[in-house]
Write a protein that binds this ligand. Sequence first.
Ligand SMILES: Cc1cc2nc3c(=O)[nH]c(=O)nc-3n(C[C@H](O)[C@H](O)[C@H](O)COP(=O)(O)OP(=O)(O)OC[C@H]3O[C@@H](n4cnc5c(N)ncnc54)[C@H](O)[C@@H]3O)c2cc1C
Ligand code: SF4
Length: 338
Amino acid sequence: MIRFDYARPADVSEAVRAGSGEHAAFLAGGTNLVDLMKENVARPLQVVDINRLPLTDIEAREDGGLRLGALVTNAATAYDPRVQQRYPLLASAILAGASPQLRNAATNGGNLNQRTRCYYFYDVDTPCNKRNPGEGCGAIGGVNRIHAILGASDQCIATHPSDMCVALAALEAHVQVTGPDGDRAIAFSDYHRLPGDEPWRDNTLRSGELVTAIDLPAENFSTHYTYLKLRDRLSYAFALVSVAVTLRLSEDGRIEVARIALGGVAHKPWRVPAAESLLQGEQPGERVFQAAAHAITEGAVGQGQNSFKIELARRAVVRALGQAAAGTPQSQTDKRIA
Ligand SMILES: Cc1cc2nc3c(=O)[nH]c(=O)nc-3n(C[C@H](O)[C@H](O)[C@H](O)COP(=O)(O)OP(=O)(O)OC[C@H]3O[C@@H](n4cnc5c(N)ncnc54)[C@H](O)[C@@H]3O)c2cc1C
Ligand code: SF4
């Protein structure tokens, strides 16, 4: 039994104060943190239960967007009528993840901050630089079917496991945080980071900072979008590769704006602006889709067992672009799909 202190603050500033210690962790739905504590992977000395904080609303924003409270559950977010109608890409991505029971407990803030599913990270008897800096990486040269093909380093090849975050990257959301130095907004593309030589840092949150909300911009791409998730089972499995696509088409059918975010391939949702600009001004079609698919995976490197992901990602991008352009997105919003 590892002892820890437990606090359940009622306001945000108290939570930030309690969460500012080096060995503190915020507890939201607990679907990831509690597992990590049980497995002895996370050993916080101070657990700050944030479930009493007033971060449980979804609110309209003055600029026409939507603000999602950090403690709104993934299920409540995905089934909110405003999210379903205006941000179906996000609803679709959330419902492609985990299971109904988990989504009822998991929160938006927790989803952003969930840790990698790398097997070695969870197995304290194997080396892992993310868990114990300087220890080595068990996945390099090990079992690495689920690992990164893009943006990895020689210290860590883990991927970020979230589905929701892939959609948020394509929608260009902002993450609202508050901490010991006040409030700030982080562009979604700057929120998660690549492992580099500090693989233990998943994101750019500073010590003691708490995610309070996620802001969705007014442009929602509700007619031309797709979230396509490829995995070993149809339900209750993390993505091997996933793709979020949003398109804005002109009256004559040309692509005005294209965004493509890949999941399951890197330490953060993967976007390449140069790949997206190849589509701008073009009529949708196989030739330009193939060009974008190759550009977004440029520099991809396999580790052996995961090398299949390179071709899989390219094919997934082409398929997702085709679906989004046709306005027939792969939808996970059907409630019968678990
Ligand atoms: C079996 C299983 C299958 C899953 N499958 C999928 C899947 O297919 N796709 C997918 O996307 N996810 C999947 N998940 C992951 C699940 O979505 C996450 O566990 C969940 O979103 C985490 O949210 P939580 O509120 O429970 O976070 P917690 O477990 O409470 O916290 C997770 C981390 O976030 C930090 N944190 C929480 N809230 C905040 C905040 N407001 N500010 C700063 N830090 C915070 C915590 O300190 C902790 O480090 C799966 C999980 C399980 C157990
Ligand atoms: S890939 Fe990253 S998380 Fe996995 S063992 Fe290597 S260092 Fe650890």
